[in-house]
Design a protein around this ligand. Structure first.
Ligand code: NAP
Length: 525
């Protein structure tokens, strides 16, 4: 398929007139063709208006038709074949195996949402039938279901060119909820975005849905994203990226005449607590597991273990010595973009120049473009508690070990942490009491608490929570991974005393959709 560098607006391809940008192969620095002229206000308005026009029809598509649409997108993405993987490799520097597995995850989550749609549980149907004889007051007939919020703006993520971009988790969950989607592609991988965008466009046409169900805008610079978030037709936003970007967009959305929710997944350093018995018994294996997790994907995961917390002593020293050796043996890896590599270097330099942190080890270096050199630093808990900047996310393969005097200091460090996507306990049976003591704090601080694993690797399933208090996300009540992500784009509506003929089908007597319902407080089906 020849890439055209166009915006995909409804069923059309539109060559914008804004300043052109190119993707760059971060492993060579080479500029990739074609040029992508940046979309402007006209393209934002057209895509948003089409989405608004499509909304009422799309949100009432039958469960089967909507599920088939999601499955058709997955089929069409697979149908692109190797061209998609090769373009994504060139635009991201990520290896083939990672991108093939990311494509599997992308299609898998589309199919998971198809199942969720068919199942109908997300409608959360509640029926309280009329009680005309009730004393002292009769009860009217009350029925509730969930409806889609409206058109959703989705910002593609740099670090997941497939699974959190054009047809990634935000798009899949919004489409599953019945929301048309306007994607703002990430400027690091516009070709990958165009290929996937065309697959979604083709699925819309094949499923005979209104064209405004999906559009893809491309552009470099903040204007296009800001125009999208402030467009009155847009009713919610999904975002993965920097704290500065997500926070700016959330503010913009709150300051609209009609404020809208922004689900931004931003910044997390994913603390790992090395509890004493585990550290004593298997410190070496923990150090090796830690550095493996740290280096995964050049550390460019929101779940990268950026903070290790342990109690000072021989066991922590041995852990540090083994981790240092593993870090020193770590080769460099290509980072996603020159901008991300610059931000990484600035983050590492800030740690290196801090009088409160000490460098323990650096990985191998290389003169190749945009390389990530692994880093390991250590600080004392009292310094960590005194200096907020030591909590800043360094997006890449660098981690900070916090050495605590005792268990109380570990607890103080846990209390002091900003909101996180994950918190991990490395523990053995004899650590249970200490772990129990830490747990309430970790629940307050993180969206996912785990034992004896590493935070990298997020299962797409029903129980997953990929969220957490600010700055991990802008709204801790939800998740951006897993089937519960659909709830971000739904709201309840109650229908009082409507005749059967006017009620949405899911709420009618006889349960025509066969979905699970709460009738007069009793679970039916
Ligand atoms: P980013 O700079 O936040 O950009 C993400 C997307 O949002 C891009 O499309 C960007 O458009 C847009 N955007 C950012 N700020 C905006 C604003 N104020 N108004 C309108 N649009 C805005 O993230 P990135 O490019 O992926 O990486 C930069 C840094 O983000 C990394 O170094 C890392 O620190 C962090 N990051 C964190 C995660 C995580 O999961 N925790 C993931 C990825 C990145 P333009 O680029 O066209 O302006």
């Amino acid at each position: 398929m020849t890439l055209e560098g166009t915006q995909l607006i409804g069923r059309e391809t539109v060559l914008a007139t804004g300043e052109a940008f190119h993707a760059i192969d971060p492993s060579t620095g080479e500029t990739l063709q074609p040029a992508f002229p940046t979309g402007g206000q006209a393209e934002v308005e057209r895509a948003s208006e089409l989405a608004r026009a499509a909304f009422d029809s799309y949100r009432e598509t039958g469960l089967e038709a909507r599920a088939r649409f999601l499955e058709t997108i997955a089929d069409k993405i697979e149908g692109i074949g190797d061209e998609l993987i090769e373009r994504a490799m060139a635009e991201s520097g990520l290896p083939r195996a990672r991108l093939e597995s990311e494509r599997g995850r992308t299609c898998g989550q589309l199919r998971l949402f198809a199942k969720v749609v068919r199942d109908g549980e997300w409608l959360d149907v509640r029926i309280d039938p009329a009680l005309p004889e009730r004393q002292p007051m009769p009860r009217v007939d009350l029925r509730q279901r969930h409806v889609a919020l409206g058109p959703v703006a989705v910002f593609g993520a740099s670090n997941f060119p497939l699974a959190f971009s054009v047809a990634g988790g935000d798009t899949a969950s919004a489409l599953a909820a019945g929301c048309p989607v306007v994607v703002k592609g990430h400027p690091a991988h516009p070709g990958t975005s165009e290929l996937v965008g065309r697959a979604v466009q083709a699925a819309v046409a094949e499923c005979q849905l209104p064209e405004g169900v999906f559009s893809l805008l491309q552009g470099a610079g903040n204007e296009i994203g800001q125009a999208l978030v402030t467009n009155p037709s847009i009713k919610a936003v999904g975002f993965t990226g920097s704290r500065a970007g997500g926070t700016a967009l959330a503010r913009l959305a709150q300051n609209r005449p009609e404020p809208i929710p922004v689900y931004a997944e931003m910044s997390s350093i994913n603390p790992v607590f090395l509890l004493p018995e585990a550290l004593e018994a298997r410190g070496e294996a923990l150090a090796e597991g830690f550095v493996g997790s740290l280096n995964m994907g050049a550390g460019q995961f929101c779940t990268n273990p950026g903070l290790m917390i342990g109690i000072q002593g021989e066991a922590l020293d041995a852990f540090l010595a083994t981790a240092a050796k593993a870090v020193e043996a770590s080769g460099t890896q290509t980072m996603l973009t020159p901008g991300i590599r610059d931000a990484y270097d600035r983050g590492v330099a800030a740690l290196a120049s801090s009088d409160k942190a000490r460098e323990v080890a650096r990985g191998q270096s290389s003169d190749a473009p945009n390389q990530c050199q692994t880093g390991l630093f250590v600080t004392k808990a009292k310094d960590f508690l005194a200096d907020e900047t030591l909590q800043a996310e360094v997006f890449g393969a660098t981690s900070l070990v916090v050495s605590c005097a005792d268990q109380d200091e570990v607890k103080r460090v846990a209390e002091h942490l900003e909101g996180q996507l994950t918190a991990t306990l490395q523990m053995d049976d004899a650590d249970v009491d200490f772990a129990r003591d830490l747990l309430p704090t970790l629940e307050r601080r993180a969206g996912r608490v785990m034992v004896n694993g590493w935070p990298t690797g997020v299962e797409v399933c029903h129980a997953m929570v990929h969220g957490g208090p600010y700055p991990a996300t802008s709204d801790s009540r939800t998740t951006s991974v897993g089937s519960a992500a659909i709830h971000r784009f739904l709201r309840p509506v109650c229908y009082q005393n409507l005749p059967q003929a006017l009620l949405p089908e899911a709420l009618r007597d006889g349960n025509p959709h066969g979905v699970s319902r709460l009738v007069d407080g009793q679970r039916e089906h």
